[in-house]
Write a new protein. Structure first.
Length: 281
């Protein structure tokens, strides 16, 4: 297969930053800086019908990506957010003559810039917010065989509901739910539905763990399946993740995440992980 779904890298980074923030407002004149390292690999794929396709010998894809997330509280309710990716991709596939082709690409990927606004809070234990952001590609698609993404701008909006649980058998746990839509500014789209649900709990005063399920459904008039999955516009996937966090100080945290693609269509059957360091100021 050719370079495998670089848009997935943006999802990983956004999810990583989301887990670190847990969806709560940052706070007036307070900030977050979250550098991260992300890894993703896949040898098999899901076809357009959702069937598992075994990769041919020697084929596969791996990606190493650095990310930087920045958030700053303008008011108690309004935050500005910036998210940047820089992937290094290795892929190999077999052409029509069954010859093994190896390719590599690197550079800056898509940047997200937006605002998060807390619409309402419930006794300062749970928060309902809206997040709107724009997607700006920091590259050009001169060769789609090694493309880092669609190479077009876009925008998304999502609603989040996040909080801590103060009663029932889940007392002491926290939750985060999100649903949103993304649009790329091209006649072929795609239009993307995004959803996430996670539940976390503290192991002790310094350690926490959470479990997450998330996915995307992308729709486009272009139904073509291409071995270069980064140019596929009509796809879907569901992934599961486990997150672990450790608090060193009130201003410094480390999070580690592992994930696996449970089901999909026109995408990779892969797994990976990330490590994020969270600095508050």
């Amino acid at each position: 297969m050719k370079n495998l779904y670089p848009v997935f890298l943006l999802i990983i980074l956004v999810c990583s930053a989301r887990n670190a923030r847990a969806g709560f407002p940052i706070g007036k004149y307070r900030g977050l800086v979250i550098p991260s390292f992300n890894y993703y690999t896949s040898k098999d794929t899901w076809d357009s019908q959702g069937n598992k396709i075994k990769g041919k010998p020697g084929t596969g894809f791996s990606s190493y990506s650095a990310g930087l997330y920045f958030g700053y509280g303008i008011t108690r309710r309004l935050d500005v957010i910036v998210n940047l990716t820089a992937p290094l991709q290795h892929s190999s596939y077999r052409n029509d003559k069954d010859s093994l082709i190896t390719m590599q690409s690197s550079g800056f990927g898509d940047m997200q810039v937006g605002l998060s606004y807390n619409l309402i809070n419930f006794n300062y234990t749970s928060y309902f917010s809206v997040v709107a952001s724009g997607i700006v590609p920091l590259y050009s698609n001169t060769n789609k065989d090694v493309a880092l993404g669609y190479g077009i701008g876009g925008a998304d909006i999502k609603f989040t509901y996040t909080g801590s649980i103060g009663s029932t058998f889940l007392k002491g746990c926290y939750f985060n739910t999100e649903v949103g839509a993304r649009r790329y500014f091209d006649k072929q789209g795609p239009d993307v539905l995004i959803y996430t649900a996670s539940l976390g709990f503290g192991l002790n005063k310094r350690n926490q763990m959470s479990f997450e399920g998330s996915g995307q459904n992308s729709y486009s008039i272009n139904k073509t399946f291409n071995q270069n999955l980064s140019v596929n516009r009509d796809y879907s996937f569901i992934k599961g993740a486990v997150n672990y966090g450790h608090t060193f100080t009130r201003r410094f945290y480390v999070f580690a995440t592992g994930f696996y693609t449970i089901a999909g269509r026109n995408t990779g059957l892969g797994y990976g992980g990330s490590v994020q360091t969270i600095f508050k100021f």
